[in-house]
Design a binder for this molecule. Structure first.
Ligand code: LLP
Length: 447
C-alpha cells in the first residue's frame, strides 16, 4: 500500500517550500507577499495539510464497518473551517453557543454535530435540542436538565455519556482529562445508574459512551487501554442491565510535532490501531461492533498553521542574551506562557541565510516577562525580518485574547497559490466597540 502521509508528524505544513527568491512559500503563496498584503501578525492555514490529515484519519478507519471522525472545533473554528471539514466528510464536536452558532452559520449538518462540555449552559442545551444535535452528558444533574428541557421542546435528546476511564496520557498536567479526579465525565462505577436513568426516560435516547483522556498524547497505548475498559463497561451494561450501547466515541488528543524533539504517533497508524483494537475487544466479548467515533482537533489543524510576525527591536542584555521583539506574542499564542510549549521558527524572507553562532530569543510584545515565543533559537533573524512560527494551527486563534488591548490578527487559508481571508483582522475600533461610559464620567464633569 502507498504510504499515507500523516501531517501531524511534520512540524511544517506539507506544502512548505523555499522559492527562488529564498522566501518561505506555503500553499503556493509567498509568505513575504502575504505579510505585505494582509499585514502581521498573520495566521496562515494550509488547506492541503488539513485535507491530508483528515484523509489519513479516515483511511486508518477504512477496515472498520461504521466509523466517523468528528473534528474538535475547539482547536480552531470559524465558518470557513466548518465548511472545509464538512467537505472532507468529517463531523464536528462543539462546546459552546459560539461554536454551535459558527456551525449553524456554516450550515453544518446537525446530525453530525456533538455538543460537549462539563457545565453546559442551559441555552446551549436548548439550542442543541432544537437543532437535533447529539449531546454528550457529563453529569447526572445535566441528564436531568436535558430530559426536562427535551420534554418542554417536544424533542428526543440523542445522548452519549462521558466516562472518566482512569487512564492518563503522558502530557502536560493541564491537558490531561482521563484521570480519576478529572473534572470531566463520570466515574466508571456511576455509569450504569445514569445509563438506566437515560434508557428509562422518555425524550432521551442513549446512543453511546464517550471518553477523552487528554491532549498532545504521543502514544497510542493509552487509547488501547481505554478501548478495553469501555468494552468491559459496555459488556457489563448489556449483561447486567440489559442496556445496549451502539456508539463508542474515543475522543481526540493525538499529538503533533512542534519541535524536532517531538515524535508523535502518525495519524493513520493511530486511527488504524484504535479501530483494530475495538474490533478485537468487542468480538472477544461477543459484542456487536459499535459505531466508532474519534475526535481529533490538534492533529487535523495544528501543523497546517503558521504565524507570521514582523521582527522589531533587537537588544543584547548584560548576560549576553539577545532579544528580538515580535509584533505579536502571548495574545495570539498563549501556549508558551500557559503550558511552556516549545515552537520552531524560521526567517521567512531569508530562508537561505546562514545560522548564527549566537542564539536569539524571540519575545512577544505583551507586558509579561513570560511572553517568550521561542527561547534561544539559532536563527539568522534581525529587525525588520519576517519570522514564521510553525505548528500554530491549533489552540492559537481559538485561545487568543485582546490582552493589552491589541486587535486579534487575520487568518488566511492558502491553497494552490491562492490566499483567502477566512477571519478578518480586528480593527482598533473593534476594541472600543463594546465600551460604555456612565454619565457621571462624561467629559467635562469635574468633581
Ligand atoms: N474531544 C474532547 C472532548 C476534548 O476535550 C478535546 C480537547 C478534543 C476532543 C480534542 O483534543 P485534541 O485532538 O485537539 O488534542 N488548549 C490545550 C488543549 C486543550 C484540549 C481540550 N480538549 C493546548 O493548547 O494544548
Amino acid at each position: 500500500m502507498k504510504t499515507v502521509i500523516s501531517p501531524n508528524t511534520g512540524i511544517k505544513p506539507v506544502t512548505a517550500t523555499v522559492n527562488a527568491r529564498g522566501h518561505l512559500e506555503i500553499g503556493g503563496c509567498d509568505t513575504v507577499e502575504l505579510a505585505e498584503k494582509f499585514g502581521t501578525p498573520l495566521w496562515i492555514l494550509d488547506e492541503e495539510t488539513i485535507r491530508l490529515s483528515a484523509a489519513a484519519c479516515l483511511k486508518g478507519l477504512k477496515g472498520y464497518p461504521d466509523a466517523r471522525v468528528l473534528y474538535a472545533g475547539k482547536a480552531f473554528l470559524c465558518t470557513a473551517m466548518c465548511r472545509l471539514i464538512d467537505k472532507l466528510g468529517l463531523g464536528l464536536d462543539v462546546v459552546s453557543l459560539g461554536e454551535l452558532h459558527t456551525a449553524a452559520n456554516a450550515r453544518f449538518p446537525h446530525e453530525k454535530t456533538y455538543l460537549h462540555g462539563n457545565n453546559k449552559a442551559r441555552a446551549e442545551i436548548e439550542e442543541a435540542l432544537k437543532q437535533g444535535i447529539n449531546i454528550v452528558i457529563d453529569s447526572f444533574d445535566e441528564a436531568k436538565y436535558v430530559v426536562q428541557c427535551a420534554a418542554a421542546v417536544g424533542a428526543t435528546a440523542k445522548v452519549l455519556i462521558r466516562v472518566t476511564p482512569g487512564v492518563e496520557p503522558d502530557t502536560h498536567q493541564h491537558i490531561k482529562t482521563g484521570q480519576h479526579d478529572s473534572k470531566f465525565g463520570l466515574p466508571l462505577e456511576s455509569v450504569p445508574e445514569l445509563a438506566r436513568f437515560i434508557s428509562t426516560s422518555k425524550n432521551m435516547e442513549l446512543r453511546g459512551l464517550h471518553a477523552h483522556i487528554g491532549s498532545q498524547s504521543g502514544d497510542v497505548e493509552p487509547y488501547l487501554k481505554v478501548v478495553d475498559i469501555l468494552a468491559d463497561l459496555i459488556d457489563g451494561l448489556k449483561k447486567e442491565h440489559n442496556i445496549e450501547i451502539s456508539d463508542l466515541d474515543l475522543g481526540g488528543g493525538l499529538g503533533i510535532a512542534y519541535t524536532e524533539k517531538d515524535r508523535p504517533f502518525p495519524m493513520f497508524d493511530w486511527s488504524h490501531a484504535v479501530s483494530e483494537r475495538v474490533k478485537q475487544a468487542f468480538s472477544q466479548r461477543g459484542l456487536s461492533l459499535p459505531v466508532l467515533m474519534l475526535e481529533p482537533g490538534r492533529s487535523i489543524v495544528g501543523t497546517a498553521g503558521v504565524t507570521l510576525y514582523r521582527a522589531g527591536y533587537r537588544k543584547t542584555m548584560g548576560n549576553q542574551t539577545n532579544y528580538l521583539g515580535l509584533d505579536g506574542g502571548m495574545a495570539d499564542n498563549p501556549r508558551p506562557i500557559t503550558y511552556q510549549a516549545e515552537y520552531t521558527a524560521c526567517v521567512a524572507n531569508r530562508m537561505n541565510a546562514q545560522k548564527p553562532v549566537d542564539p536569539i530569543t524571540l519575545v512577544g510584545r505583551y507586558c509579561e516577562s513570560g511572553d517568550i515565543i521561542i527561547k534561544e533559537a539559532y536563527l539568522p533573524a534581525d529587525s525588520g525580518d519576517l519570522l514564521a512560527i510553525f505548528a500554530t494551527g491549533a489552540y492559537n486563534y481559538s485561545m487568543a485574547s485582546n490582552y493589552n488591548r491589541t486587535p486579534r490578527p487575520a487568518c488566511v487559508l492558502v491553497a494552490n497559490g491562492q490566499a483567502d481571508i477566512i477571519i478578518e483582522r480586528e480593527s482598533i475600533d473593534d476594541l472600543v466597540r463594546q465600551d460604555r461610559v456612565p454619565d457621571r464620567l462624561a467629559e467635562g464633569t469635574h468633581q
